[in-house]
Design a protein around this ligand. Sequence first.
Ligand code: TZP
Ligand code: MG
Length: 220
Amino acid sequence: MNQNDFNLKSSLLNEIDFYLVTDSGLSKNGTLSDVREAVESGCKIVQYREKDKSTKEMVEEASEIKRICSTRAIFLVNDRIDVALAVDADGVHIGQDDMPIETARKLLGEDKIIGLSVNGREEAVLAEKQGADYIGLGPIFDTATKKDAGDGIGPLKIREVKDAVKIPVVAIGGINKGNCESVIQNGADSLVAISAVVCSDDVKRETEYFIDMVRKNKKA
Ligand code: TZP
Ligand code: MG
């Protein structure tokens, strides 16, 4: 990534609305199709989250996703810093039990985006202090998509976290068309809805729905 691309991508981070996280186990049309459709619908951030494929397959798929995202969307890899480095992704998203953020930063350098999963205010404040570029807060609601996610913290916690940090707050976990407005109304900058989008046969339509909803509720 040259300096211009980096500036473009980091300023894109302040504009994210719907955030696509891939899930090949749940996807109806396949990960690459989901990414293509979401980015064509205006999604500005994609996280490649793959738990079942070989490293070789992941590097191939990640390199194709990078091509699709190009300068249109930020491209992050979940957990696998090696895969992110192999394809020169824009960054990674890591969890509390993944590689420590300071180590990830050393490996990736200052120019890459690092997102960290947090469960509440304390972890959020620490994440910001440790140099996270954004946080993924959740699970907001109970979800079957991530088996060890724990109980939903509820949308009111979003405001508490939002008031405690300056970096963007992305809400995740159990979010669907029925409850998404409360997530944005309580201060989330962006949201992830995995099953609600990738289980659909029309990822374009669902992505557009969430993008519109976020924009309307941010203005309101
Ligand atoms: N991290 C916290 S909850 C979750 C992840 C990856 C799963 C979200 O999936 P869904 O289908 O949007 O509830
Ligand atoms: Mg992880």
